[in-house]
Write a protein that binds this ligand. Structure first.
Ligand code: AMP
Length: 214
């Protein structure tokens, strides 16, 4: 059965890494709006130019732009058999549009990855990504395991921007948890565990919604 998974969680909760793993395991695309925007910035497109300052300040790109991006991406053939959304929706307005777009009876599984705030700050300010391909480095490695590129800090992972992103999360994105909480397709996963344990809990959570055997 097609799985439509929406990953919620604060910056640093590990939702990108987990979304990636789960999407690979299921053979569906991972759609990360943060990745789409970072690629646009790197490519110097109009979208990238319009978004860069907003992202560097830890603020959210406008709903209309984001909704346009996701609407187009979900309409591509590879998303017809399911997908994992990472970083979208981020506001209640985005969630409402997503519900309208996907109003065909296939359930949207929503998983909130929960991690205590001290852990989020520690993870974000120490994480490194590949400057060439965007790979999320695991602790201890010195070069990108995918392409050998140099590891760098994301511009928005500096301590002051991290604090702002967490404020924006609490203000704009936390209300999404309330938007989805009452649904029978909503699950919480403890993100303060090893990546393997989180992955196992995530797979079990999705399976408990779509009724699959593990
Ligand atoms: P992420 O990689 O998900 O942490 O996203 C990085 C940055 O991209 C965010 O801090 C926002 O500036 C922007 N962004 C990503 N997804 C969205 C979204 N759904 N709505 C608004 N801004 C977004």
């Amino acid at each position: 059965m097609a799985v439509r998974l929406v990953m919620l969680g604060a910056p640093g909760a590990g939702k990108g890494t987990q979304a990636d793993r789960y999407a690979r395991a299921r053979g569906v695309p991972k759609i990360s709006t943060g990745d789409i925007l970072r690629e646009a910035v790197q490519a110097g497109t109009e979208l990238g130019r319009a978004s860069k300052a907003v992202m560097d300040a830890g603020q959210l790109v406008g709903d209309d732009i984001m909704i346009g991006i996701v609407r187009e991406r979900l309409s591509r053939p590879d998303a017809a058999g399911g997908f994992v959304l990472d970083g979208f929706p981020r506001t209640v307005a985005q969630a409402q549009v997503l519900d309208e777009l996907l109003d065909d009876g296939v359930p949207i599984v929503v998983v909130n990855v929960e991690v205590p705030e001290e852990t989020l700050v520690e993870r974000l300010t120490t994480r490194r990504i590949c400057g060439s391909c965007g790979w999320n480095a695991v602790p201890g490695v010195r070069v990108c395991a995918k392409c050998g590129g140099e590891l760098i800090q994301r511009r928005d992972d500096s301590a002051d921007v991290v604090r702002e992103r967490l404020r924006v999360y609490a203000r704009d994105t936390q209300p999404l948890v309330d938007y989805f909480r009452e649904r029978s397709t909503f699950r919480i996963v403890d993100g303060d565990q090893t990546p393997d344990a989180v992955a196992a809990d995530l797979a079990a959570a999705v399976a408990s919604v779509v009724g699959e055997r593990m």
